[in-house]
Design a protein around this ligand. Structure first.
Ligand code: NAP
Length: 248
């Protein structure tokens, strides 16, 4: 028996990186996958085909996570196409790193909108079908930077710390409805978002990481699988640091 047999998972930002790995892992465990992207049309189509080839139902939706009306429309569309939303992974995110002295208001707003408001936008929608079903698992992508801060990443850190506060609050609000809400706080994971860190050699970062390497998207997907499945049936309101020991 697969861990997510016949479940429907809605995953934002799954055309690339961590979201792509989560979608693949969930599909391998029997879940039907609705996923979003913003601009990677071609990659999203390829991902949709790859997932459908696994024998589950998968569909890509172009939807801006930072837009409230888009989240409302997305949820309506997914309910029409799939009939349920058992798992929601708020994964889409961006970074616009700059020291505060140089950080523009526009950069600040962009990051808060894509990383934090997005989580409000979609969670607010998916809890409606989850409350009716009296069951659900919501997984929000935070970051080690949201747990401990980072120079040059104040907007990103604020958005990801906000995600943690939101996650804990929703867990408290909806626990009695059997809806769980948890966050993952990854460290440095090998994706497009962190590719610039390799300039001049990745090794210089390893001294900050007890496991002395960057993480792989699949390793974050494993944590997401745990939180999505009944393996974590008694876990809610938690932040799982998947960071090679950085926050220890
Ligand atoms: P990535 O490789 O840059 O991929 C980002 C994904 O999010 C893409 O699928 C992108 O779609 C989508 N996206 C971005 N803005 C969007 C929007 N407004 N609406 C819908 N989709 C949007 O990033 P990643 O490294 O996989 O990161 C995934 C999540 O993990 C993010 O929340 C990030 O903050 C978090 N995280 C990453 C790391 C790391 O080291 N990589 C560490 C901690 C936390 P398009 O392809 O269409 O652009």
């Amino acid at each position: 028996m697969k861990l997510l047999e016949n479940k429907v998972a809605l995953i934002t930002g799954a055309s690339r990186g961590i979201g792509e790995a989560i979608a693949l892992k969930f599909a391998q465990q029997g879940a039907n996958i609705a996923f979003t992207y913003l601009s990677s049309e071609q990659r999203a189509k390829e991902q949709e085909d790859k997932l459908n080839a696994l024998g589950i139902k998968a569909k890509a939706y172009k939807s801006d996570a930072g837009n409230y009306a888009a989240a409302e429309q997305l949820t309506t569309d997914v309910m029409k196409d799939f009939g349920a939303i058992d798992i929601c992974v708020n994964n889409a995110g961006i970074s616009r790193d700059n020291l505060l002295l140089r950080l523009t208001e526009e950069q600040w707003d962009e990051v808060i909108q894509a990383n934090l408001k997005s989580v409000y936008n979609l969670t607010k929608q998916v809890i409606k079908p989850m409350m009716k079903a009296r069951s659900g698992s919501i997984i929000n992508m935070s970051s080690v930077v949201g747990v401990q801060g980072n120079a040059g990443q104040s907007s990103y850190a604020a958005s990801k710390a906000g995600v943690i506060g939101f996650t804990k609050s929703i867990a408290l609000e909806l626990g009695s409805r059997n809806i769980r809400c948890n966050a993952i706080a990854p460290g440095f994971i090998e994706t497009d978002m962190t590719s610039y860190l390799k300039d001049g050699g990745a090794e210089k970062w390893f001294s900050q990481i007890p496991l002395a390497r960057f993480g792989k998207p699949e390793e974050i997907a494993d944590v997401a699988l745990f939180l999505a499945s009944d393996m974590s049936a008694y876990v809610t309101g938690q932040v799982i640091n998947a960071c090679g020991g950085m926050t220890t």
